[in-house]
Design a protein around this ligand. Structure first.
Ligand code: HEM
Length: 501
């Protein structure tokens, strides 16, 4: 092993503020010694292992960072304390309780929440999303439509001839505006809110990566000295500055003037407590945490779908036709019912996600005690276990010709029977469709995300022709980092206003 294997990257070094470089130097020296003393971890003999042939743990980690798919395809198995289970364990894992297999524990590890301050709260899923957002979504559709129209004009605009746009820059702004219009509309066009709601996920990811570079005993000090956790604290303060005045204005409104949106539903649920300083701070933090959960994941999904639409032109007319027909059936008004009729679009979106999933693995959980699976495999306490979601996406026993992109694959499957019509919807989560996670922690925001994307894609298709810059080069390739699947954030897509729009 060479010395450079132990040294922090340039990015990590630059994470220390200038005035703290001496302390940073001390940390790096201590880290170097720690790593020298701990250069191998033990292999749990119970669980099949892949990658041992690669040699040292740092070589195995490097392979995992750059080409996790190869290791996962080889075995769906173990690397260090990351355990990847095959689909056959699905039901068993679903049945385990949260005090055995913990979602929060794994998120806490993933985002080093103790040091980064990323919020893990039942309020996110149980109340804000499951009780407030999802059941009331029909009332948001026209507001989402309005914001999508505005955001498309603002971000792509009028273009009589082909106009190239960096798709990620555009799609993340569209998602941030539309999400804010549904969650906290007073800030939907506030550039500061849009900026922090987009950046917070990336900052959290960078902060967690930087902190986890250090051994556990050095992390409290590193968190105090490093730039990334400080940036996150500053963002949370900015969120308080932006959100709390909005909450206070709303508290002063008479009942008859109260808005009908998610922020208000969340406030109403709190009753008299809504105006207490603790709740005002918590609500501001919740808005940031919701944006963190909602924007990045939806943006990547949308970005993949724009790339697929640009690459596969043959889907445009059938999708436009389906939208026009659905609108006719709902008297020309775009409603939740209209979106429910867009089965071809739903299929295209699901196929795009099958082909370009959020992760090669999914459903990460931490074991809070030793778990004995039915086949006798013991998963030790403190392990992170996830499911090989992408191996399922490409399993020929589940999907016919899994390496072929067939935008209407799920549409055709849904025609077979009533059961199939439900089973193969984009929002469905099952052992054969793990891209939303699984069991009681499967993404609760997917119902909102799917409707939101349907409005964006339908409106974009009605308004524009959409194409790749160089169609002969084919669909833009994804990259990966560890198990994350990353669309090319620099690529351009061409838009041209349609004559009949
Ligand atoms: C296309 C967009 C999205 C994708 C691909 C996605 C994906 C995921 C995945 C894979 C999980 C983990 C599930 C598991 O481990 O079993 C998750 C959890 C979660 N997602 Fe999403 N998500 C999306 C949109 C959203 C939106 C719009 C929201 C908010 C409205 C949201 C809020 C959450 C929350 C709160 C959790 C944690 C659930 C829990 O605590 O049990 N997501 N999401």
């Amino acid at each position: 092993m060479v010395l450079s294997d132990y040294l922090p990257s340039q990015a990590t070094l630059s994470a220390f503020s200038d005035t703290k470089w001496i302390a940073g130097g001390f940390l790096i020296l201590a880290l170097f010694l720690f790593n020298v003393l701990n250069s191998e971890t033990s292999v749990n003999a119970d669980i099949p292992f892949v990658g041992l042939h690669l040699g040292s743990i740092s070589k195995r980690k490097a392979k995992y960072v750059s080409d996790a798919n190869a290791l996962l395809t080889e075995g769906y198995r173990v690397l260090g304390t990351r355990i990847v289970a095959g689909q056959k364990y699905y039901q068993e894992l679903c049945d385990l309780k949260d005090d055995e297999l913990s979602f929060k524990g794994s998120i806490s590890d993933l985002f080093a929440t103790h040091y980064t301050g990323v919020l893990i709260s039942d309020d996110l899923k149980e109340t804000s999303i499951n009780r407030d957002l999802t059941p009331n979504m029909a009332r948001l559709t026209s507001k989402i439509e309005d914001e999508v129209e505005w955001a498309l004009s603002d971000q792509i605009g009028s273009c009589k001839d082909w106009k190239p746009v960096v798709m990620n820059d555009v799609s993340q702004k569209i998602i941030a505006h539309v999400t804010a219009r549904a969650f906290n509309p007073d800030l939907a066009r506030d550039p500061d809110w849009i900026r922090i709601s987009v950046d917070y996920w990336m900052d959290a990811f960078a902060a967690a990566k930087a902190i986890k570079f250090f051994p556990v005993w050095l992390r409290p000090l590193a968190a105090k000295l490093m730039v990334q956790p400080a940036r996150m604290r500053a963002t949370r303060e900015e969120a308080q500055r932006l959100v709390i005045p909005v909450l206070k204005r709303r508290l002063a409104l008479p009942e008859s003037e109260k808005p009908d949106d998610m922020m208000q539903w969340m406030m109403d649920r709190l009753g008299d407590k809504a105006g207490t300083p603790e709740e005002l701070h918590h609500q501001a933090h919740l808005q940031l945490a919701l944006a963190m959960g909602a924007i990045h994941s939806t943006n990547f999904t949308l970005l993949h779908q724009f790339f697929d639409l640009a690459a596969y032109q043959e889907y445009h007319e059938p999708l436009r036709e389906e939208f026009r027909e659905a609108l006719k059936k709902t008297d020309g008004k775009l409603t939740k019912a209209t979106l429910g009729m867009l089965n071809k679009l739903d299929s295209f979106m699901k196929e795009s996600q099958r082909y370009n999933p959020p992760g090669l693995t999914n459903g990460r959980r931490k074991t809070l005690q030793d778990i004995r699976l039915n086949d006798g495999t013991i998963i030790p306490k403190g392990s992170n276990i996830e499911i090989a979601a992408n191996a399922v996406n490409r399993d020929p026993s589940i999907h016919e010709d899994p390496d072929v992109f067939d935008g209407f694959r799920f549409y055709k499957m849904r025609q077979r029977s009533e059961e199939d019509a439900n089973r193969h919807q984009f929002v469905s989560s099952s052992p054969n469709s793990l891209n939303w996670g699984y069991g009681r922690h499967a993404c609760p925001g997917r119902f909102f995300a799917v409707d939101e994307i349907k409005v964006i894609l339908s409106k974009a298709l009605q308004k524009y022709d959409i194409a790749l810059v160089d169609p002969s080069a084919g669909r833009y390739k994804n990259t990966s980092f560890e198990t994350m699947v990353i669309p090319d954030m620099k690529k351009e897509v061409l838009f041209r206003e349609r004559k009949q729009a």
